[in-house]
Design a protein around this ligand. Structure first.
Ligand code: ZN
Ligand code: FE
Length: 254
């Protein structure tokens, strides 16, 4: 099993330090910054061997070069976005199985937030690192993709096992829940999660990782084909892509 440490940085980013104990391999997932990550690795006495990037945004690759310079680690990122990942040496694409110590990550191409975004699924540890594609009760903004692309991407991630833990890159859950109850007010799973999130955030406890089981029940961006959400939005029987686009539009102006 991977040993996963969550490091909150900047306003609301999470960077992950991931260690595969039998080999000692240590990856940083989406290093927004370098100093805090290097300090935490040192404190843990973990030697960073890899960086795994999901997409090119500065709050996901900002620490790449300095961490590489300090550790000599290998930078892995999306083949779907060859020119925008600083220092990328290993390009992975949809369907690839990337060996990491004695575990491996299956790569999903999940365009929508950016045109080259990927996610890493560590099957044996039930862990999904999905960057800014899926958040707890949310999804990334469509900066470079269409609703069709993002719905397809989220639908693929939705098909992973329900026990999968969702290691997303931002703590946006509280505001996402505030929006979600506006479109899906009678969703019991969402309402009970709303209470849990309020309690946790009042004590500054992370809500991430969540589980896919919870997201499937409560995240409106994964439920565009659910009859009860469609009814709540007065869109019964409509194409899920249209419903997804409408949920995203409402969130953008919320
Ligand atoms: Zn981003
Ligand atoms: Fe981000």
């Amino acid at each position: 099993m991977l040993d996963i440490r969550q490091i909150p940085v900047l306003n609301d980013n999470y960077v992950y330090l991931v260690r595969e104990p039998s080999s000692g391999a240590v990856a940083v997932v989406d290093p927004a910054v370098s100093d805090e990550i290097l300090a935490e690795a040192k404190r843990l006495d973990w030697r960073i061997t890899h960086i795994l990037n999901t997409h090119h945004h500065g709050d996901h690759v900002g620490g790449n070069q300095a961490i590489k310079a300090a550790t000599g680690c290998t930078i892995v990122g999306p083949a779907h976005d060859p020119d925008r990942i600083p220092g990328m040496e290993i390009q992975v694409k949809d369907g690839d199985i990337y060996k990491f110590g004695n575990e491996s990550a299956q790569v999903f191409f999940v365009p929508g937030h950016t045109r080259g975004h990927i996610a890493y699924w560590f099957k044996d540890s039930s862990a999904l690192f999905c960057g800014d594609t899926m958040f707890s009760i949310g999804c990334g903004r469509l900066f470079e993709g269409t609703p069709q692309q993002m719905w397809t991407s989220l639908s693929r991630l939705r098909g992973l096992p329900p026990e999968t833990r969702i290691y997303c890159a931002h703590e946006y859950t509280e505001s996402n829940v505030r929006f979600a109850v506006s479109v899906d007010p009678d969703n019991a799973a969402l309402r009970s999660y709303e209470a849990e999130v309020k309690t946790k955030r009042a004590q500054k406890i992370p809500t991430v990782p969540s589980t896919l089981k919870l997201e499937r029940a409560a995240n409106p961006f994964l439920r565009a084909d659910a009859p009860d959400l469609q009814a709540a939005m007065a869109m019964t029987g409509r194409d899920p892509v249209e419903v997804f686009a409408e949920v995203r539009r409402r969130k953008d102006v919320f």
